[in-house]
Design a protein around this ligand. Structure first.
Ligand SMILES: Nc1ncnc2c1ncn2[C@@H]1O[C@H](COP(=O)(O)OP(=O)(O)OP(=O)(O)O)[C@@H](O)[C@H]1O
Ligand SMILES: [Mg+2]
Length: 510
């Protein structure tokens, strides 16, 4: 890293109807550094990045790139100035090859490209930056992590000097994340700069040189990573100290009463392979059962089969001793199962609809809301306002479409809806992913409060710390099987880590 400034943004203001997303933000990025951008949900990180990469125009403020004042009217403009962004939602053509996707959108007519030359250049970049991906593979054949590498190659191919990555590890497995960090380092060594947005403080500490913290659309400060700690960063973000310790339960779990019983359930995945092999377990009243495992080991299928979105090939599931009609989402809901899915915007919420409609989606049939048509809208609105306040959803009002909310606030809407349905079983898949530390605290408190009231919780998470701090019992999943079942108190982190990776399965429970 040198002291040379690659990008300077000063006094950036961006207003949206009802919100000031950036309220005078200052950010300085040096050549060759990995610069983390940190802040609560809705702090203005994505907005700032969108301004820098030419998607939005700032209402006020100055952007300088390599010392020259610049104003971009499109992402292409920004790329010409050396600034490229890797979005969370990939923009790749599934049926095209990696190389074709990389050159797609090149200004000089990608139709006439020399395939061999492009493939060779892509291969060279992929070697240089440890971005393992086959240039001739088609996008649909690639994992999410590989697709992200293609997006990175795309901006590198066009010579980007500054790369912005908005929550890039949210979609990655821990192993893929580690390999991404190696790539970021390699870019830094070549004098390129990386703007890295993440809520994971551990990652920020591991990969960045400096950190800028935003709060409420303003810059709180920039610190050298070597001179800070996760605790300091957390309190800078939320303006107070945050407690990461194990949550104490007011009412202990009652494991004599079973709220959910899963027996010998087997499931095939989208490609027809068996992805759950005769899974059996129970959840007691008020018990939080954590499911630990590397993503892709059957966790999603488990959540889906319990919540009725997926039909099993064998097995039985009962809620409060009542057998469930399998593969029927509505049956699952009416028997008291709530589900916070992984893919919020596609399976959880109607993005184009308002906050209040989304909050009412599940109980639209309930008497309270639909008995008197005239009162319906008012009841929906009142309920929504209460939930927005209780879950601290940052939104101008309850009629704002969900798609306009920041990532973390979208998630709060979904959680509020599921928690408020007063379920007897709650299936939560990575419920705190994408949330800032303050919001994580809120969600954890809500989960524990639900359990204290007797809800049985299945907490699926790749974050072992989260499971260790919340769960009463831990199930470890590996290749579609439960390979370990142990109490959380005094659980041996190393043992869990090993079983998650497939070792030590001789001690397997099932
Ligand atoms: N296109 C838009 N229209 C209206 N409001 C918007 C738009 N984009 C962002 N906002 C609002 O601006 C504020 C900042 O949002 P932004 O997405 O920049 O936050 P963020 O820091 O990226 O949050 P997160 O960590 O949750 O992703 C939020 O209140 C959001 O609702
Ligand atoms: Mg964001």
């Amino acid at each position: 890293m040198t002291d040379q400034v690659a990008v300077r943004m000063s006094g950036i203001v961006k207003r949206f109807p009802g919100v000031v997303a950036n309220d005078g933000v200052d950010l300085e990025i040096r050549a060759g550094e990995v610069h983390a951008l940190l802040g609560e949900n809705g702090a203005g990180k994505s907005t700032l990045s969108n301004i820098l990469c030419g998607l939005y125009r700032a209402d006020e403020g100055v952007v300088e790139v390599a010392g020259r004042q610049s104003e971009f009217s499109s992402p292409r403009d920004a790329l010409n100035a050396g600034i490229g962004m890797v979005h969370q939602h990939f923009r790749l053509v599934p049926t095209f090859t990696v190389a074709e996707n990389v050159v797609l959108g090149e200004s000089d007519g990608s139709l006439f490209m020399n395939h061999d030359q492009v493939a060779a250049r892509v291969q060279e970049l992929s070697d240089r930056y440890a971005l393992a991906v086959d240039p001739t593979a088609r996008i649909w054949q690639l994992s999410v992590g590989e697709q992200q590498r293609v997006e990175i190659l795309k901006v590198l191919y066009r010579g980007a000097k500054v790369l912005i990555l908005d929550e890039p590890t949210a979609v990655l497995t821990p192993i893929e994340a580690r390999s991404l960090f190696a790539t970021l380092r390699a870019m830094g060594e070549e004098g390129r700069s990386v703007i890295f947005i993440s809520h994971k403080l551990g990652e920020v500490m591991a990969v960045s040189d400096r950190v800028t913290v935003l709060r409420g659309g303003r810059t709180v400060g920039t610190v050298d990573t070597s001179e800070t700690s996760t605790r300091d960063l957390a309190s800078l973000m939320v303006g107070r100290s945050v407690d990461f310790d194990r949550v104490v339960r007011a009412t202990p779990a009652d494991t004599d009463t079973t709220v959910l019983r899963v027996e010998d359930v087997s499931v095939t995945d989208d490609r027809g392979r068996v992805s759950l092999h005769q899974i059996s377990f129970t959840i007691g009243r008020g018990e939080i059962v954590g499911v630990a495992g590397v993503a892709g080991n059957g966790q999603r299928e488990l959540a889906e089969v319990i919540s009725g979105i997926r039909v099993p090939i064998a097995g039985r599931i009962s809620v409060m001793d009542e057998e469930l009609k399998l593969g029927k989402a509505r049956a699952a809901i009416s028997s008291g199962i709530a589900h916070v899915p992984e893919d919020r915007l596609h399976t959880g919420l109607a993005a184009g609809h308002s906050v209040e409609d989304n909050l009412a989606l599940k109980n639209y049939r309930s008497v309270q809301i639909s008995k008197f048509r005239l009162l319906k809208r008012r009841a929906i609105r009142e309920q929504a306002s209460t939930l927005v306040e209780r879950y601290d959803v940052k939104t101008p009002d309850t009629v704002t479409p969900v798609r306009l909310l920041s990532g973390g606030n979208v998630q709060k809407v979904l959680l509020a809806r599921e928690f408020s349905a007063l379920p007897s079983v709650l299936i939560a898949a990575s419920p705190t992913r994408g949330l800032d530390v303050g919001a994580i605290e809120t969600v954890r408190e809500r989960l524990v409060a639900a359990a204290d009231e007797g809800v049985g919780v299945l907490l699926i998470s790749e974050d072992l710390d989260e499971i260790l701090s919340l769960a009463d019992r831990i199930l470890v999943m590996y290749e579609g099987r439960i390979v370990d079942d142990l109490p959380a108190t005094g659980a041996d982190r190393e043992r869990i880590g090993l079983t998650m990776g497939g070792s030590n399965t001789t001690e397997a429970v099932k």
